[in-house]
Design a protein around this ligand. Structure first.
Ligand SMILES: Nc1ncnc2c1ncn2[C@@H]1O[C@H](COP(=O)(O)OP(=O)(O)O)[C@@H](O)[C@H]1O
Ligand SMILES: [Mg+2]
Length: 255
């Protein structure tokens, strides 16, 4: 089992979108996958068809508070896809930093209680370096940093790297992933070089595959489905699948 965390304290960089596209892509590859939504905004839960009322008594918040068994909180995402599940943190997690029942080991402990075994666990984190992000980084083997091709997107990366290393020095930072790339503004070689250098500076790489901007993404999200179902032949579905393959190739190489 490998646990992958998507993290970047900047919001709107594609963490949630990539979490689902990565998880669903791994499922397409016949892997057993569990998604975890740690953002109190529950965007991922929404797209996965889980509503607030479903979560009453069945969220990770309840697990952290000893009020629920983690196995009862696992939801099957789509009726027609087995071995593709989600655990949701819950809106109460917006106060996680003040919650005495939540600490850096909470996720690790919760995952130990799972009866089902998965090939991959994919964790979506909130846009802040709070105790939940810390707990997810501590529980993970791999970390992916989604990033936007904008002038300011690299500013926080040094600080993010410092946080990651202080929480889990053994984590494998797999790479920076450019998302929301505009097809018409062909990214220049120089521009890409800046991202490659930024990745190198924190001991990682820039994923060769980039995710283009496409209306298919928000469309699939409001339709509460995956891009592979909603628009299997779209350029962005191909981009994400190529990225999933690139990730898996790295996993194989590193054992
Ligand atoms: N490749 C893409 N093409 C078009 N829209 C995208 C793409 N990736 C993300 N978005 C949109 O951008 C917004 C932010 O993405 P999201 O994954 O929620 O970022 P984060 O989780 O980092 O805040 C969402 O509304 C999402 O629908
Ligand atoms: Mg998000």
């Amino acid at each position: 089992m490998r646990t992958i965390v998507l993290a970047n304290n900047k919001g709107g960089v594609g963490k949630t979108t990539t979490s689902l596209c990565l998880a669903a892509g791994l499922r397409e590859k016949k892997k057993k996958v569990l998604l975890i939504d740690l953002d109190a905004q529950e965007n991922l839960a929404f797209t996965c068809g889980v509503d607030n009322e479903d979560l009453e008594g069945y969220s990770l918040y309840d697990v952290f508070h000893g009020k629920a068994n983690v196995n009862d909180c696992v939801f099957q995402i789509y009726k027609d896809i087995d071995n593709f599940d989600i655990l949701v943190g819950g809106i109460e997690l917006r106060n996680a930093d003040k919650d005495k029942k939540i600490d850096a080991n909470s996720i690790k402990k919760a995952l130990l209680g799972l009866n089902d075994s998965y090939d991959f666990i994919v964790i979506d984190t909130p846009p802040s370096l709070n105790v939940l992000t810390e707990s997810a980084i501590k529980a993970a083997d791999d970390l992916i940093i989604p990033i936007q091709p904008s002038a300011y997107s690299l500013q926080g990366v040094g600080g993010l790297n410092g946080f990651i290393k202080s929480v889990n020095p053994n984590i494998n930072i797999v790479g920076l992933l450019l998302t929301g790339v505009n097809e018409r503004t062909n990214l220049s070689k120089e521009f890409i070089e800046i991202y490659k250098t930024a990745a190198k500076n924190i001991g990682t790489k820039l994923f060769k595959n980039m995710i283009r901007n496409s209306v298919v993404i928000p469309e699939s999200q409001v339709n509460r489905t995956t891009i592979y179902k909603h628009a299997p032949n779209s350029t962005v579905a191909k981009d994400y699948m190529d990225f999933v393959n690139e990730y898996l190739k790295g996993v194989k190489k590193n054992g």
